[in-house]
Design a protein. Sequence first.
Length: 202
Amino acid sequence: MSDAPVIGVLALQGDVREHVHALAAAGAQARPVRRPGELDEVDGLVVPGGESTTISKLADIFEMREPIDKRIAGGMPVYGSCAGMIMLAREVLDGRPDQRGFAGIEMTVRRNAFGRQVDSFEAPVEIDGVAGEPFHAVFIRAPWVERVGAGVEVLGTVTEGPAAGRIVAVRQGNLLATSFHPELTGDPRVHGYFVELVRAAR
Ligand code: GLN
């Protein structure tokens, strides 16, 4: 296990434990990260699902915003799931005016986008770079991606149902984001994708 990358899960709010377990199952050494000193020790970071307005507020209170932005600028891989995707977006629609993300992906996401039709739902998503059958994706008050910048790769869209065609997985360099929650379904492929990304970036 000694060459396993060390991946932190930002532990300010949200489903931290589920991501720690999913990362461990995908071959990483996973640990919660709450303080700048803990961030220094990780090769990559997951920003979990939860509530982006709360994570934004706590990032300031715990003085994590600037250290995370610095590590992102230095090339540290970050994966954001749901609220974490919102925290990795340069522009947020339907956010609270005071919420602020990290220096993340050049994209516009709409917060709680699916919620107008249905609060939570499940749908198959085909993800580029994730082999095998479509990923069974769980969406909980999820955002979708409305616009991507030139350097952003669309990795996955919803394949069926009322939300078909919506962009729900993207990557820009070492930054990865999904609207859905792979930490809840026991399928390790998305975390595996991120662990490989971190391994390659080390
Ligand atoms: N709607 C939440 C937000 O704005 C995200 C929901 C989730 O992470 N499951 O942050």
